[in-house]
Design a protein around this ligand. Sequence first.
Ligand SMILES: Cc1cc2nc3c(=O)[nH]c(=O)nc-3n(C[C@H](O)[C@H](O)[C@H](O)COP(=O)(O)OP(=O)(O)OC[C@H]3O[C@@H](n4cnc5c(N)ncnc54)[C@H](O)[C@@H]3O)c2cc1C
Length: 460
Amino acid sequence: MVKHYDIIAFGTGSSLNIVSELLNLGRPIKVAVIENDMIGGICLTRGCIPSKMLLYPAITVRRILESRRLGIEANISQINFEEIMSRTYNSIASESREIEESLVKHPYVDLYKGNGTFVGEYTVDVNGKEIEGDIILLCTGSKPYIPPIDGLDEVEYLTNDNFFRDLRQLPRKFVIIGGGYIAVELGFFMAMMGSKVTIIGRRPRIMHNEEPEISELFQRDLSKYMKLLINHEAIEVRKKGEKIIVTAENKETKDNVEVEADKILIATGRASNSDITRPEKTGVRINEKGWILTDKYLQTSKQDIWACGDANGIHMYKHKANYESQILFYNAFLNRKVAVTYHAVPHAIFTEPEIASVGMKEKEAAEKYDILVGYYKYENTAMGEAMMVKDYFAKVIVDRETYRILGAHIVGPEASILIQEIVSLMYTNDMSAIPIFRGMHIHPAMSEVVERAFYNLREP
Ligand SMILES: Cc1cc2nc3c(=O)[nH]c(=O)nc-3n(C[C@H](O)[C@H](O)[C@H](O)COP(=O)(O)OP(=O)(O)OC[C@H]3O[C@@H](n4cnc5c(N)ncnc54)[C@H](O)[C@@H]3O)c2cc1C
């Protein structure tokens, strides 16, 4: 018999934000939660949290390695890689267990562990059991995109799905295929732990979505610690004894290079989970890549089926998924009509240096507005001088007439924190930069780099 629920929620990341808000309303509802992996979603179990737990020791290593410039002679006598990896995994595993226990114990919730697949309009099959829901939440996240590289299916490779769970011994040579933020963050971590890291990226720059001057500086900086084989396409992977040989083709010259690895990581982007979920079977429209299409209220093309987070393929960050889960809750359960806006979705890359960015890049802003651009270097602030950092900077872009903030991009220590005052202003009615000029900035804090970038607004 098909079991009936008021709500079926796919995924245990941002969908649980919605489920817990609903349960807090105190109504006696029946909720089915479906998850085919560790409970807690990607961010907790194989994304943001474990990666940042690893990056903190990595940043510490870089600071120690470079402490000589501050007059400190320091040596790192040992790095306990196994301990760092196990501590990280144990921490997330224990949090995941706690979430699972609370779901299992809750009288209004049934947890289904397995793949949920639509078999009818509002009917889903999990492990041969059929359940139906009045309202269905598709917070199905994303998974690693595996590129069609010759020989890849014949070798063992890591993705973010098994990196944190399985890697316990430091590989001597580590090759990463992909040049986005997952590649760069995990590559930086491995390099700081002592692996010889090569990143193979097909674009002319790593982090090619960032402002060109930011990704160029970042590339130059990181290449002190790892090899960045940019503008190269990985075309073949094969085993050679205990090693893996990756062949990459130079996209310009068509020359091939071979790189030897003890372990390889695939970080070539994210793919949709619609191949498992099959939302199209019930009339939910998806695009050619399987990402779920919704209106601005996050309702899919099917009545009472809603989607949020990575599942829609837009700005795949946890804070965006959290934001959308809140909007989805308002619209689906409180009869509100709140539209999502994406004008200021920030993001950060948590290496040393960090990159942080929000809003438009200069090129896009200049096409749409008459703009002013302000730059300021960390080293020209007192704190930057104290840190003896070089070349890192903040860049801000405003509309010339109104001083409306259009975008900001920072590369340097703590960029993710520095950008937040700009992000918050971009959520005011007029998005004006004026409060930056009016508000005192603590002297001599690093935030002066942001203040002074605004003081330096000029013709682009
Ligand atoms: C290595 C890495 C680092 C990251 N770092 C950051 C960061 O620093 N900051 C940041 O903002 N973002 C980061 N992200 C992105 C962030 O993790 C995601 O944007 C966020 O977790 C998406 O949340 P969600 O609620 O959409 O999906 P989640 O709930 O997290 O995932 C959906 C879950 O549903 C499961 N599922 C899907 N389909 C089905 C089905 N049919 N049946 C059963 N289960 C199903 C999936 O397996 C998955 O467990 C990172 C991602 C990765 C991979």
